[in-house]
Design a protein around this ligand. Structure first.
Ligand SMILES: [Zn+2]
Length: 68
């Protein structure tokens, strides 16, 4: 049953952990079709699903990453 593996692919680690798109977002005043992180103001198109693309002091990123 190879199809079962395909169904669960997207909800399975490490795929789920690699892409982080659950952060709070807000739309730009100048462009309602663009969104950015509510905390560090980086565009979602620049974040591209990667936690590392938030700014280093982003409140959301800090809450997700383990403390060094
Ligand atoms: Zn952020």
């Amino acid at each position: 049953m190879p199809t079962i593996d395909a169904v669960y692919f997207y909800s399975r680690s490490p795929y789920k952990e690699a892409f982080d798109i659950d952060f709070p977002q807000e739309s730009l005043e100048t462009d309602m079709y663009k969104h950015r992180c509510l905390f560090c103001k980086v565009l979602t198109t620049e974040i591209n699903g990667f936690l590392e693309n938030h700014k280093a002091d982003c409140e959301y990123r800090l809450s997700k990453l383990p403390r060094i």
